[in-house]
Design a protein around this ligand. Structure first.
Ligand code: SF4
Length: 369
């Protein structure tokens, strides 16, 4: 194991720093304290699994005028109607796993593979910092050859350069490794449980297993690392009762961020042969339920609309998710030449900060960089 020291609190120097310093000055002048991260333990509405299911089954019209409006109102009241923008980079699309729904599964020989060098990754985040983005989300396939020590150094370098918040989604690790990532400065780790039903998970994720996944998730929690986790919504064979169990599991895990998206069939994957895309109404209901149950949680607003060809950056899908209580959009840093290769889902369309600003303007929400 490598030796890493936790990045010391203090004054960081680097590409994110100038942005943060400017922001603090502005907030001081405006007479308000800089906002800290969302408090995920804010007052919540306790819903039993049965009640969650009732809301999932409720006719759309009454759900729309009832819980969906309550969710948006909760977000306005508890979080000041913030819309958080974060930089995101899929830095490595090589994966040893075989998840049946994922276009990046090892068995898919149809996509070109790449592994970025740390210098390139840092340079892309440096460019993002110049546009005002201070949050970083690093995502990759499970690629042991990237090197765990290099990953820790990368996190440490981002923090040393003043990144305000670094989230990582790089697959399953041992508890000691999660501790090293934390020591290197990781603020949050993303590990989805995908589905709360053990037998379904084991069928759709044949290169790992449910107990191992949940042990990894528990390790993250035991270390006190904020956990981002969630499910896939509307994959072939999922019922509303199973979705209710997933939503309840997110509550039990006290997640910091719900990276939920609907199922979208990816080319050359086994699950694509079993059925079509998930119903987008299911994701809007999921978002609204999560918001009323966990007011402070961040929820992905990069959602598809009814036209899946627009991918996760379509105007309709993003605005609908925000109207249901979501609050997080990503500026994708991937160079256009590689956009189609980071193919967890098909129809990947690169959206940048301009797109997020436009969505913030249209939705009337308060943009937080
Ligand atoms: S979902 Fe993640 S772990 Fe599974 S194949 Fe895709 S990239 Fe790999």
């Amino acid at each position: 194991m490598k030796e890493t020291g936790r990045v010391p609190a203090g004054t960081p120097s680097g590409f994110f720093t100038a942005v943060l310093a400017r922001r603090k000055t502005t907030e001081r002048r405006a007479g308000r304290a800089p906002r800290k991260g969302a408090d995920v333990k804010k007052a919540y509405r306790a819903l039993s699994r049965t009640e969650i299911l009732e809301y999932l089954e409720e006719p759309w019209e009454s759900f729309h005028t009832g819980l969906l409006q309550e969710a948006k109102e909760t977000h306005r009241r508890e979080n000041g109607d913030r819309l958080i923008a974060s930089a995101m980079l899929g830095f490595d699309n090589i994966c040893r796993n075989q998840c049946l729904y994922c276009g990046m599964r090892a068995g898919n020989v149809a996509i070109p593979r790449y592994r970025m060098e740390p210098e390139e990754i840092l340079s892309l985040f440096s460019a993002a910092a110049k546009t005002g983005l201070t949050r970083a989300f690093l995502i990759s396939g499970e690629d042991p050859k990237f090197g765990f020590d290099r990953l820790c150094r990368l996190v440490s370098d981002l923090k040393r350069n003043g990144a305000a918040h670094v989230s990582l989604a790089c697959g399953e690790f041992e508890k000691a490794q999660f501790a090293e990532l934390r020591a290197a400065g990781a603020d949050e780790y993303v590990l989805k449980f995908e589905m709360a039903q053990e037998e379904v998970f084991n069928r759709l994720n044949p290169s790992t297993d449910f107990r191992r996944r949940m042990r990894a998730i528990e390790s993250i929690r035991e270390l006190g690392i904020p956990l981002a986790s969630g499910d896939i919504v509307g994959y072939p064979g999922q019922t509303l009762s199973m979705l209710a169990e997933d939503i309840d599991r997110m509550r039990e895990l006290e997640i910091s961020w719900a990276p939920v998206i609907p199922y979208m069939p990816a080319a050359n994957t086994p699950l694509a042969a079993e059925g079509g895309p998930g119903n987008v109404e299911w994701i809007w209901r999921t978002i609204a339920l999560l918001r009323v149950m966990m007011p402070g949680v961040r929820i992905t607003a990069g959602q598809p609309g009814r036209d899946l060809r627009e991918g996760l950056a379509g105007r309709e899908g993003n605005l609908a998710a925000l109207a249901a209580g979501a609050d997080l959009l990503f500026a994708d840093l991937l160079p256009a030449s590689r956009a189609a290769d980071f193919r967890v889902v098909d129809n990947r369309i690169l959206a940048g900060l301009d797109h997020i600003r436009e969505i913030a303007r249209e939705s009337g929400m308060r943009l937080v960089l």
